[in-house]
Design a protein around this ligand. Structure first.
Ligand code: FAD
Length: 307
């Protein structure tokens, strides 16, 4: 079964996990009764696993993907151009195929701070898609990233959309999006990509709003994402950072604010999922952050499990 077959038929639902850095983290994710097996109980259509820029976590990425496959769903590996030679890419992709992993999210990759290029043989995701098709034919189902607000370093959103179309022309099969909380922008982008001749299904990446610091970090540390007023209000109402107006706030008060933030954030994320579902998208891809309880609550309360 291919992810594209599912996206063609009905709304898909999937998770993203990341390879933990430590053995303890790996046990928690992949061990018996670990997070992965609990996520599987929610019956996702696929689970994707991130890939550290420069291949820093290649071994663990493959271990996690082996587990995803062993647990009975489609594993999608993320893969980047950063620091990779053509020969190295060929070898790594053959290893994925040898392990039965034939779905790939083909990315340029986040450049380590201070770098101006990928430091590898390929420079953009378009080149990686072409390389995979040239070397491996149709052996891989290829997803590519789409940025509804425009990639942070694109020279214009029109140029960014044109490069997305080029990824389709090179043989990409579907789009997985960058997080976007700005629904007006997202609706504009859906119309714009359609007008540009992009027909690939759109699987929307949703970052659950669970923690104030993580939310701000995800929005602003790399992607320059808009934080819409309702989300900014949730952050303000449960402000936990250094505050000149409450210099001696107790630990209990801060802990309570974190709990309240999470409640408001889950409610916000569910409403966001509702809005996305009526935008002509093809799938919901939840960034599971290697967590189960909060993610399961989101899945159950939003109703996406039964799409
Ligand atoms: P590209 O599509 O290559 O675009 C990069 C920039 O170059 C854009 O500004 C684009 O407009 C411009 N551009 C594209 N093609 C050309 C061209 N031919 N000529 C000139 N300019 C061009 N990063 C990781 O390191 N590991 C991960 O596991 C990972 N997972 C991700 C998962 C998802 C769902 C998403 C959306 C992103 C993920 N990323 C990950 C982040 C991603 O690698 C970064 O956003 C990266 O900065 C750009 O990757 P891209 O594939 O979008 O790049």
């Amino acid at each position: 079964m291919k992810v594209t077959d599912i996206l063609d038929k009905r709304m898909a639902f999937s998770f993203e996990v990341f390879p933990p850095k430590t053995d303890k983290g790996m046990e928690k994710l992949c061990g018996k009764d670990g997070v992965l097996s609990k996520l599987m109980s929610l019956k996702p259509d696929y689970i994707s696993c991130t890939y550290g820029a420069g291949g820093t976590n290649v071994g663990k990425n493959l271990e996690v993907l082996d587990q995803i496959k062993a647990q009975g769903t489609i594993g999608v590996t993320h893969f980047t151009c950063v620091g990779n030679t053509r020969e190295g890419i060929k070898e790594q992709l053959q290893t994925y195929l040898d392990h039965g992993i034939d779905h790939i999210l083909a990315l340029r990759g986040d450049l380590p701070f201070g770098w101006t290029g990928t430091g590898g043989d390929l420079h953009y995701a378009t080149e990686l898609v072409k390389f995979i098709r040239d070397e491996f034919g149709d052996k891989f189902t290829i997803a590519v990233a789409g940025s509804p607000e425009g990639h942070i370093s694109c020279r214009s959103i029109e140029a960014d959309i044109a490069f997305l179309k080029q990824k389709q022309d090179e043989g990409a099969d579907f789009i997985m999006t960058q997080l976007c909380w700005d629904m007006d922008q997202f609706r504009w982008w859906m119309d714009a990509i359609q007008a540009a001749g992009i027909t690939m299904p759109v699987d929307v990446g949703i970052m659950p709003v669970l923690d104030a610091a993580a939310t701000i970090n995800m929005a602003l540390s790399r992607n320059g994402c808009v934080i819409p007023r309702p989300l900014a209000e949730i952050i303000s109402k449960h402000w936990i950072f250094p505050n000149p107006f409450a210099p001696n706030e107790s630990e209990e008060s801060i802990a309570q604010k974190k709990r309240d933030f999470k409640e408001a954030g889950i409610e916000y994320t569910i409403r966001l999922i509702d809005e996305y579902r009526v935008c002509g998208i093809h799938g919901i891809h939840l960034y599971a952050l290697n967590k189960y309880d909060d993610v399961a609550r989101l899945v159950k309360e939003s109703g996406i499990k039964d799409m």
